[in-house]
Structures are given as structure tokens and as C-alpha cells.
Design a protein around this ligand. Structure first.
Ligand SMILES: Cc1cc2nc3c(=O)[nH]c(=O)nc-3n(C[C@H](O)[C@H](O)[C@H](O)COP(=O)(O)O)c2cc1C
Length: 248
């Protein structure tokens, strides 16, 4: 015997109501959590800038960043500082803002990123005496599976590498993903620009870095990324000033 509660209309009514309630719950959660997600994203970037500057395992990221890092924004063409808020940059999306970016001609696009911004933040890390000891440059470039995002830290001579730090990529864990392995990134410390990532052993050659075994394609991507961003198409004009002592 069928009761009224088993009618198709009632069943559909319950299903639709349940869907509506779930949709409302998910939407409200998404909207309410957005500021928190945004804050976490900013903090993650700050944590990685600090790590590139040599501050590891930082507890209070925001305070340590504020006390030790001076963000500035430069005009990429001239290398001069410009009066733009560094926090208006999102490394993944600003390059798609037509007013703030341009398409890189194919023949110049060594890093395979298609577009870049006219201006870019750079981050100055100071030592105890208040002198700028490290400059940290945001970099991005295509690996094997997608764009890798990171930071390159240079000494105040604009020539000596202090650190490389990748924080977002799509490379395979255990292969290209080894770009985040501290053992590999430690081999960059003290190397001199320009650098080449080579198959086999780089040894003590100050311009050569060991490639990642089983990940030559990602290694090539990193190599091209560094070449692009340290060239005149990237931070070259700014680095020319740094090499003349512009940081202090
Ligand atoms: C499932 C899968 C994932 C791979 N992921 C990567 C990767 O993230 N980066 C990379 O360079 N090579 C990756 N490879 C290997 C490349 O196809 C290629 O063999 C390798 O880059 C060559 O490096 P080697 O000359 O050091 O052996 C992957 C291969 C497979 C089958």
C-alpha cells in the first residue's frame, strides 16, 4: 500500500529543498572563508620570501616580515623604484590585467609565461645594522607541467645567489618536485650569475648547478626561468643598478 509520503512530488520536494540548503551552506562558507584564504595566501608568500632571505621556521610570519623585509616596486624597463603598492600584486593573476601587463613576444619568452607586468615588487632584507644584505626577486617560469612560482635571493652585489625558493608548481613529486628539496636548493648558495643547470656534476664551478636526476625537463625550465628573469627582459635593468651599489 502506498502512502502520501511516497509520492513523486514529495520526494522531489525533499530532494530540491536539500539541494537548496546545501547550496546555501556551501556558498555562505565560501564567501565567509574567502578573506581567511586570502590572508593565508599572503602569509604563505611572505613565509617564502622570508625563507629566501634566510629566515627559516618563522613563528610569527607577519611580524617577522614587517620587521625585516622592505617591499619596493620597480619599473621593469628602467629598474627605477616607482610609487606603487606592492600588495596590489598577485603573482598569478596580475599579468592578466591588461592595464598593468603586456604580452611577451614569442622570441623573447624564454620562461614560457606569455605575459608579464610592467612593474614588479622586489623585497629588500636588512641585516642588524639596517643595511640591505639581500634582494629577493619574484620569478616564474614553465617547468614540465605548468608554471613554477618562486623567489631568487641575491646578495647586495646583485651577482651572488643566496637562495632559490619555489612555493607553487605542478611538477611531479619525487621528480620535478625536487625543485623544493632543501638539499638541492642549498647547492645554489654562493653560485654566481649567470648560472647553468647541467646534467652530471657541476662540482665547484661557480656558474654551474647540478641538474635534478630524472627531471631534466623541469631542470631546463628552471634554467630558462633564471636566464629570463636575470636578463634585460626581466630584472636586468634593476640588477645593473644593484651592481653599482644602489641598495645601500
Ligand atoms: C608520470 C611521469 C611524470 C614525470 N614528471 C616529470 C617531471 O615533473 N619533471 C621532469 O623533468 N621529468 C618528468 N618525467 C620524466 C620526463 O619524461 C623525462 O624522462 C625526464 O625529464 C628526463 O630526465 P633525465 O634525463 O634526468 O632522466 C616524468 C615522467 C613520467 C612518466
Amino acid at each position: 500500500m502506498s502512502s502520501n509520503n511516497e509520492s513523486i512530488g514529495k520526494t522531489l520536494g525533499v530532494v530540491v529543498s536539500l539541494c537548496l540548503v546545501c547550496a546555501v551552506v556551501v556558498s555562505v562558507a565560501s564567501v565567509q572563508l574567502r578573506p581567511l584564504q586570502q590572508a593565508n595566501k599572503i602569509q604563505d608568500v611572505q613565509r617564502n620570501i622570508l625563507a629566501a632571505a634566510g629566515f627559516k621556521d618563522v613563528k610569527d610570519v607577519e611580524a617577522t616580515f614587517k620587521a625585516n623585509i622592505e617591499p619596493r616596486v620597480i619599473d621593469m624597463k628602467t629598474g627605477e623604484y616607482v610609487d606603487v603598492d606592492h600588495s596590489s600584486f598577485d603573482f598569478e593573476s596580475t599579468k592578466y590585467d591588461a592595464a598593468r601587463s603586456f604580452a611577451i613576444p614569442k622570441e623573447d619568452d624564454l620562461a614560457g609565461i606569455q605575459r608579464m607586468t610592467h612593474n614588479s615588487p622586489v623585497y629588500l632584507a636588512k641585516d642588524e645594522s639596517g643595511q640591505v644584505s639581500t634582494v629577493i626577486l619574484p620569478i616564474q617560469g614553465y617547468g614540465l607541467w605548468g608554471v613554477m612560482f618562486g623567489f631568487l635571493a641575491l646578495d647586495d652585489d646583485g651577482q651572488t645567489i643566496k637562495a632559490i625558493q619555489f612555493y607553487k608548481h605542478n611538477e611531479t613529486a619525487g621528480l620535478g618536485g625536487e625543485i623544493q628539496n632543501p638539499k638541492w636548493t642549498a647547492t645554489w648558495n654562493g653560485k654566481q650569475l649567470p648560472v647553468d643547470i647541467v646534467k652530471g656534476t657541476a662540482g665547484d664551478n661557480e656558474h654551474k648547478i647540478d641538474g635534478l636526476s630524472g627531471a631534466t625537463l623541469t631542470s631546463n625550465g628552471v634554467d630558462n626561468t633564471i636566464d629570463f628573469w636575470t636578463s634585460n627582459k626581466g630584472f636586468g635593468p634593476f640588477l645593473a643598478k644593484v651592481r653599482k651599489g644602489a641598495l645601500n
